[in-house]
Design a binder for this molecule. Sequence first.
Ligand SMILES: NC(=O)c1ccc[n+]([C@@H]2O[C@H](COP(=O)([O-])OP(=O)(O)OC[C@H]3O[C@@H](n4cnc5c(N)ncnc54)[C@H](O)[C@@H]3O)[C@@H](O)[C@H]2O)c1
Length: 366
Amino acid sequence: MDQAHHRPRAGIIGTGGIAHAHAEALRLAGAELVVAVDIDQDRAVAFADKMGFAHTASSVAAAAELQLDLVAVCTPPSSHAPLALEALALGMNVVLEKPPALSLRQLQELQEAEQITGKRVSCIFQHRFGTGARRLADLQESGALGNPLTGFCNTLWFRNQEYFDVPWRGQWDVEGGGPTMGHGIHQFDLLLHLWGPWQEVTAFAGKLARRTETEDVSTAIVRFESGALSTVINSVISPRETSQLRFDYENATVELEHLYGYDDSNWRFTPAPGQEHLADAWTDGAAGTASGHSAQYEQIIEAVRSGAVPPVTLAEAYPTMELAAAIYASAITGKTVRRGGITEEDPFFDRADGRLEPWKLEESNA
Ligand SMILES: NC(=O)c1ccc[n+]([C@@H]2O[C@H](COP(=O)([O-])OP(=O)(O)OC[C@H]3O[C@@H](n4cnc5c(N)ncnc54)[C@H](O)[C@@H]3O)[C@@H](O)[C@H]2O)c1
């Protein structure tokens, strides 16, 4: 069959909540829904029937016998890297839900496995793919906006105590962190995607309102290589929920406000005095695609068909994971952390809490 019209054969590992978005996006992008994998077989069967998968399986190895081109890993975070390593070794490309790994070490191991197997990992960071983000990236690249100066990146979400009473939630070992690693990462991934390399970060984190092992809020100040400065809040204890990003450039302010996904209408463009002509350039930019799994999968499936590298690569995800690690390292040690400063010997390279268990210490001293 002509490669361009080949329907990539896809499987999903972990058939809980977010797997539904993957199945729908895979279908829309033209993939063949081959197998649903779950350690809970009843759940796998119900999911396969509902979403139209031909087979079910209870392990990655069993799924691999079905000659898959790619599998999406939609399980709790601690199993992401182990399952991805297994799938790569069995000859499949992998799509990894966020966070792609629990640590920079695991991210590095995945990169090494890609090189050995020749298969690729794409990390889900779906907010890079809406046309609003592309419109801003295009305008920024044209030079029309001038230099980026300052902004903010607020993930102000609300999760009650019941949410954290689920056994795997809010644990360093399983989730890798709290709202910094698990929720705000969506927003600051978009910030870094647009504003490029970060240079240094100073952060605070607290466990203010929920019984959990990890933080329930963190705040950070990030300096970019460009010189721009942004604040970043990652919260799951904010009663009026919103996700807000603000980008102030020399010639315009660009704002995004949404909750869990945006479309073009969630963006606002305000030219600086004397720069009113820029409003037309903004209006004429890319349009029509909401952020979300479908927008990212369109590009992933296209890449799998053509043999190109599917987005977001591990290398492209590294700065985001590195900023998450650095926010924890700064909050826990009380020091400013520079990009590249968390080396392989650093305890924060292996775990977001650096094995220092900060809040446990506070509690035992109380
Ligand atoms: N990108 C997004 O917007 C977004 C939104 C929600 C969740 N997520 C991420 O998706 C992942 C899954 O979250 P969820 O809410 O769907 O979880 P969930 O608990 O609803 O589903 C997880 C499923 O994985 C199965 N499972 C666990 N270990 C397994 C294994 N080793 N092999 C096969 N199946 C296994 C469980 O039985 C369960 O059915 C998490 O990493 C989460 O952070 C991403």
